[in-house]
Design a binder for this molecule. Sequence first.
Ligand SMILES: [Ca+2]
Length: 274
Amino acid sequence: MKLSNYEIDLVIEETTTTIRAFSRATSKGFFPDFFVSNVNTTQSTSTSGSVTEAIGLAISTPLTSADGADIFQGTAEVSAITDTVAIADALAISEAMDDAVDMRVTVLGDAFATVTGNAIAVGIDSSSTVSSGDGADLILGQAIYRGAIGPEVNATTIGIRGGSYDLGNGNDIVRAIASGGGINIGVQDVLIDGGEGADTFELQSGTGVVIGGGGDDLLLLEGSKTDYTFTALTSSLGVSIQKNGTNLTVSDVESFQFAGDLAMTYQYTDLFTV
Ligand SMILES: [Ca+2]
């Protein structure tokens, strides 16, 4: 991936993957024996989908962009769809023999389709570094899982997985969005350094290190403040933020918000008061 030396770089990648399971069952019944009543026959089949991982923007080598408002955006979407078709034909032959026979024939066709396996969507997947230079930069990792009704899928979505992000000066935004019916993780094992400027870190949940740097920075997480345990650290405005699935080491961030209670903005010292 080659970035320009000019002011604004846009790196936007999107991936959409669908897991599909299809099942068709056909049942035919032929019943010349009209002394048998209430005949039932059933046929069913099932198929499985596959394991899949979709990655929006993959970063494996260092990316460095010049000053200016850069955008690094990755979107990954995984969908699981099941299709079923059931067809039943009944053919009953009745010959005039005994008009006292009351024959009923029932033929059933049942189709079952099940998507099984692990579906993983990762918005930005990085094993390297992004240095976005000065200017108001945006790092956006978005992962979406859409599951049809009934699929037995272990779905995991991760907005931003891995990597270090050096945002330089300017009012930068890091936004991680993970949504779907399974496990949703905003960030996983990231190192984010906001540098100077009023930065906004919308991380949802997950693990990593966040350095706000100079300026009045904001960290936004899911849930509400009471969901979390806050432990003060010796670093400047240092705090360990933990709940189930979240373990963030944060420093030099001045303000905090929680998506379940956006009316409130907490300052650093408010984190430690009930
Ligand atoms: Ca700061």
